[in-house]
Design a protein around this ligand. Structure first.
Ligand SMILES: Nc1ncnc2c1ncn2[C@@H]1O[C@H](COP(=O)(O)OP(=O)(O)OP(=O)(O)O)[C@@H](O)[C@H]1O
Ligand SMILES: [Mg+2]
Length: 155
């Protein structure tokens, strides 16, 4: 089996992606691997990114800047909620279509394994895999470890 030096963990801040980080942390500890935690945010095409957003108590900003700030803040909170488990991990926030960006990052940066959830925030549990997970598994340039968190309501 090829050595595992670098792990890519795409996260949407769901319970599944939290579990993926926990699994990846095991490889970091046991194998001395490096972990990059990636969140990809996306503004649907029908929405003009120049649209101004006025959140009470904050500056008025173009939607794209507001979304970037929110995503970075969400990532900071997610990482800090994981505590020492992600000490040394590199958070990364990118804009774009999630599957395309995850695959592009995986190709460019020569990761040895992707670790991700089977479902995410939308959690459409009637599918075997969520749509992001399914398309990454189909096209990834490296092995993909998928982590399923049982749904207590439906299992
Ligand atoms: N925007 C994203 N950025 C990074 N990783 C993501 C993103 N969306 C999903 N993922 C990863 O994919 C895993 C599965 O999520 P996915 O979106 O495939 O399932 P879902 O939300 O239940 O389904 P769907 O989005 O198709 O309704 C997540 O646990 C996370 O690891
Ligand atoms: Mg999803």
């Amino acid at each position: 089996m090829p050595a595992i030096h670098r792990l890519l963990v795409p996260v949407d801040f769901s319970e599944s992606s939290r579990a993926a980080v926990q699994y990846a942390a095991y490889f970091v500890e046991k194998l001395g691997a490096a972990m990059d935690v990636l969140h990809v945010w996306h503004i649907p095409n029908v929405i003009d990114p120049a649209l101004l957003v006025n959140v009470p108590g904050s500056a008025t900003l173009p939607l794209v800047e507001h979304a970037r700030g929110r995503s970075e803040e969400d990532m900071r909170e997610f990482m800090s909620s994981l505590g020492p488990l992600v000490q040394g991990a590199h958070p990364r926030v990118e804009q774009g279509e999630p599957v395309e960006v995850i695959l592009e990052v995986a190709r460019q940066q020569t990761y040895d394994m992707i670790v991700m959830g089977t479902h995410g925030r939308r959690g459409l549990t009637h599918f075997f895999l969520g749509s992001v997970a399914e398309r990454v598994v189909r096209r990834a340039p490296c092995p993909v470890l998928t982590i399923r968190v049982p749904d207590v309501k439906k299992d």
